[in-house]
Design a protein around this ligand. Structure first.
Ligand SMILES: [Zn+2]
Length: 307
């Protein structure tokens, strides 16, 4: 009898402990869910704010593009044959290049987990403008895609109209130094002068409203030997961007389209891809491959954005 009672008491105790564990687990789970939801909301808000900013700028850019089309005049033709008229500085959106609100220093979009559930491709073209710029712009326009151009200052001086057109079309203009010659024996201060000189050229072409501090190192910023140079550009307020994807069009003089596409397929995968291509006279196949590059990215669920 006593034994049975004891057993009963033990059983009840066991049940109580079990109940306590279940309650504790439930409370823990609920707390986790609540915390997670508030975190998601915060993340979403950040993503949403950025989206709104980009949207606003895009809208302004679209309006400017429409305005440009309306106020078409027969501007002077550059050495490269441009079918459309050359936009004037007035046509360039006032907020051009304010899309990049990233703080000075390295910006690597692929290192940040996206909160918007998108896969985004950032097409970037270095070294222009060139004889290929007009063709690149036409393909981008046909696909309603905005890209980012990292401009060499001395090429910009020779093709100012193309730089204006890139900006008027709503693309982002970045600084790729004036001379594209980076000698690591030189001082970071001298390198900075080359960056600033490109900035002056871009401001002369695009107007004082060009206040972007977006730049890309010739050859990228990879490796520690560039640390003093990276520190210098950061100190001067510049945001620099490398890439995590490329067609490899700089690996040979003018790689064939299948080679470019193979490279792209090999490197594309991250939810944010910054794709390096070149806007340079020799790179005819980059232009040839561009529609396929765009199609491939679309087929793989990417939408496009500017840096
Ligand atoms: Zn370059």
């Amino acid at each position: 009898m006593l034994r049975r009672k004891k057993n009963k008491a033990r059983k009840a105790k066991k049940q109580l402990t079990l109940l306590a564990i279940v309650v504790a687990l439930s409370v823990g789970l609920i707390t986790l869910i609540i915390l997670n939801q508030s975190f998601d909301r915060k993340g979403f808000e950040v993503a949403n704010n950025r989206k709104t900013d980009v949207k606003t700028v895009k809208k302004i850019k679209e309006e400017a593009t429409t305005k440009k089309k309306e106020s078409s005049t027969n501007g002077e033709q550059s050495a490269v044959n441009i079918e459309e008229s050359v936009p004037s500085v007035d046509d360039i959106p006032k907020t051009v290049n304010e899309v990049t609100s990233e703080p000075p220093g390295e910006y690597a979009p692929w290192r940040t987990k996206r909160n918007d559930g998108r896969k985004v491709a950032y097409l970037t073209f270095d070294d222009g403008p060139s004889v290929n710029t007009a063709s690149i712009l036409q393909i981008l326009d046909e696909n309603k895609i905005k890209a980012t151009f990292f401009i060499i200052g001395q090429n910009a001086e020779r093709n100012a109209d193309l730089v204006k057109r890139e900006a008027a079309d709503g693309h982002t203009i970045g600084n790729h130094t004036y001379s594209h010659e980076i000698s690591y024996r030189e001082s970071p201060q001298n390198f900075m002068k080359d960056v600033d000189r490109c900035n002056v050229v871009l401001r002369n072409i695009l107007g004082d409203t060009y206040n972007s501090k977006l730049m890309r190192f010739p050859g990228g910023s990879f490796g520690h030997r560039l640390d003093p140079f990276k520190a210098e550009v950061t100190r001067n307020g510049y945001t620099y961007v490398d890439w995590n994807d490329e067609t490899g069009d700089a690996e040979a003089y003018n790689p064939t389209v299948p080679v470019l596409m193979n490279n792209l397929r090999r490197y594309t995968g991250a939810e944010s891809v910054v794709i390096l291509m070149h806007d340079a006279a020799a790179k005819k196949n980059t232009v040839q491959a561009l529609p396929q590059v765009i199609q491939y990215l679309k087929d793989n669920g990417y939408s496009f954005d500017v840096i």
